[in-house]
Design a protein around this ligand. Structure first.
Ligand code: F6R
Length: 612
């Protein structure tokens, strides 16, 4: 979604901000713009489309001292030049960039219109900057105080950066519910909505907290909260290398991230399993051991791919730890007055840690007294902070919009949680915990081998089906959520319609779609339901459907039925999603590439969905 970048200092402000905006392109956006001060005036340049279009508009500008830039993902108003950020205040003394949504913008706008304000865009952002101007004019306050007063009237989520033509020595930033990070340099400072834009300049960062406002100059950072209480800036060191956010030798981020999965899993497991494979160590759980011994129910809340990981978690936690689990879309959980008790654990899963629906659902669960636990990839993200307790996946930055390594690392954390909860009370003594844990430690090798073994075959299969109009994905048991994830991956990056279904459920409806033009991907790797899946496969072939089967190495029977088989390394049923998901990711990847789609930035999608 929207991205914020800013720079203040003696360096080349234009190229720092423009290259920073390019580093934010992965978040998904439809327009971009910058603002700077020249000859006591604020200059704004903005353009719909890619940052490269903006590049050409600012080619001749020399920008010194200070510059702010923005990538916009439209919420209020069309994605055009007018609605792109930055936005001027009506008197053109101020300019703002803004991530998030001002929920009461219409009420505020009405008041401003009555006081003679005119608006050139349809955005909530222009309302905010005019509110700040209004406060400044009426209260005769400086920029910082005016922002403080204006924000106290605002309902919603925001991170903003404001510049004032009368003071080219500072940028004022503020945050509530949407991330804002200050990169602390040597006599220069940076601001951004995530650290990617300034990672090659500094790794020292300050995560602004909700309701905090900071005045950032080249040499100083002053922070106060909305009630004017001073806060001591807390500088942290980022643990991310630049290469983690670059493509390296890969054609796309998505392919890099698919191939990175075995390494990501190793990072997820690091330090979390005892050397005798008997215990898992998760600090967030250890610290709450008494509660967990008596936990009655676990509710998992998430969106999209993270929700699919949650569904896998249901099979894992119920199967391994025998604790009832419910999995809900965060957005639905939020608005149905859910029944939550103080004996319940609510797990919020989110790669970005910024998904607005998940964040709000988590806050609701907290209000109602549940024990709330976060599984996030982005360190210091809003969900991680709001949960207070949880586990980071440590998959490394995920830049491709389509989640790949975050899914497998989330599943890995859920396996660890299930193992932990089992050993806490031996809730299911029929599970051989040590064996399962040993297999988990070795799974990354199996994942690597599988990716290497199957890629060429999947390229050939993709050639055959790249023009299909629809795809069906089927799985049973723990492979059902993997089928859902496979279908989501295909539709989001190749724009082919795809549906995931429990294999047995096919005959209750989707079977009507099967004909010679309809490819079905079926996951047939789990011994406990293999025979049943074979029957479902026969049902498809009996109707001339095309069948692509994901099977274990040396499979005998499915090979006789399916048009194509993709052989993967065999593993324990509980761990199988870590491997079965790999061919599905590669299939969607190659099909999308062959169709000429931009796999890293699929149309209309955003990496971190910060609006409800
Ligand atoms: C799919 C995808 C989205 C996200 C969803 C939740 O590939 O990326 O469906 O999974 O928007 O995002 P997070 O995990 O950041 O909360």
């Amino acid at each position: 979604m929207c991205g914020i970048v800013g720079y203040i200092g003696p360096g080349d402000a234009k190229s720092i901000v423009i290259s920073g905006l390019k580093r934010l392109e992965y978040r998904g956006y439809d327009s971009s713009g910058i603002a700077f001060i020249d000859d006591d005036s604020i200059i704004i340049k903005k353009k719909s489309g890619k940052v490269s279009s903006l590049d050409s508009v600012v080619k001749k500008d020399k920008i010194e001292g200070l510059c702010i830039g923005h990538t916009r993902w439209a919420t209020h108003g069309l994605p055009n030049d007018l609605n792109a950020h930055p936005h001027f205040s009506m008197n053109k003394n101020l300019a703002v960039i803004h991530n998030g949504v001002i929920e009461n913008y219409l009420t505020i706008k009405e008041g401003l219109v009555n006081r003679g304000y005119k608006f050139v865009s349809e955005t909530d952002t222009e309302v905010l900057i005019n509110l700040i101007q209004d406060v400044q004019t009426n209260e005769k306050t400086g920029l910082f105080k005016s922002i403080q007063l204006a924000l106290s009237q605002v309902v919603g989520a925001y991170s903003i950066a404001v510049i004032d033509k009368k003071n080219s020595e500072k940028i004022v930033v503020a945050k509530k519910g949407s991330p804002l990070i200050i990169g602390v340099g040597n006599n220069e400072n940076f601001i951004a909505s995530d650290p990617a834009p300034f990672l090659n300049y500094t790794k020292n960062v300050i995560y602004l907290k909700d309701n905090e406002i900071a005045e950032v100059s080249a040499s100083e950072i002053k922070i106060k909260n909305i009630k004017n209480k001073s806060k001591r800036p807390y500088i942290e060191k980022l643990n991310i290398e630049l290469e983690a956010i670059e493509k390296g030798n890969y054609e796309t981020f998505m392919l890099k991230e698919i191939y990175e999965q075995p390494k990501a899993i190793v990072e997820t497991l690091r330090g979390r399993i005892s050397s005798d494979f008997k215990r898992t160590r998760l600090r967030g759980l250890n610290e709450n051991i008494d509660f967990l011994k008596n936990v009655k129910k676990i509710i998992i809340i998430a969106c999209g791919t993270s929700w699919h990981a949650g569904l896998v978690g249901e099979y894992l936690i119920e199967g391994i730890a025998r604790i009832p689990v419910e999995v809900e879309y965060a957005s639905e959980f939020l608005y149905r007055d859910p029944l939550i008790s103080t004996n319940d654990m609510v797990i919020a899963i989110s790669q970005s840690g910024e998904t607005a629906d998940t964040l709000s659902a988590l806050k609701l669960a907290k209000q109602r007294g549940a024990f709330v636990y976060g599984i996030c990839n982005v360190v210091g993200s809003s969900i991680a902070r709001s949960a207070g307790v949880g586990t980071y996946t440590h998959a490394g930055p995920e830049i491709g919009v389509a989640s790949t390594k975050s899914f497998t690392s989330q599943v890995t954390v859920l396996i660890l949680i299930a193992l932990y909860l089992n050993t806490l009370k031996e809730r299911n003594s029929s599970i051989k915990i040590t064996e399962l844990t040993k297999e988990l430690v070795q799974i990354s090798d199996k994942m690597s081998r599988t990716i290497d073994d199957i890629n060429d075959k999947i390229i050939k299969i993709s050639e055959l089906y790249k023009d299909a109009k629809n795809f069906l994905y089927l799985g049973r048991g723990i492979s059902f959520p993997v089928a859902l994830e496979g279908a989501l991956k295909l539709k989001e990056i190749s724009y082919i319609h795809a549906e995931g279904y429990p294999a047995a459920e096919m005959k209750h409806g989707p079977i009507a779609l099967i004909d010679k033009n309809m490819p079905t991907v079926i996951i047939a790797t789990n011994k406990s339901n293999y025979e049943k899946v074979l029957i479902n496969a026969e049902e498809i072939k009996a109707r001339s459907g095309k069948l692509i089967a994901i099977v274990n190495k040396n499979d005998k029977q499915m090979s006789k039925i399916a048009d194509h088989v993709i052989e993967i390394a065999e593993t324990n049923n509980f761990l199988s999603p870590l491997i079965t998901t790999l061919p599905l990711q590669l299939l969607s990847y190659h099909i999308a590439k062959m169709r000429g789609c931009n796999v890293d930035q699929p149309r209309n999608l955003a990496k971190s969905v910060t609006v409800e």
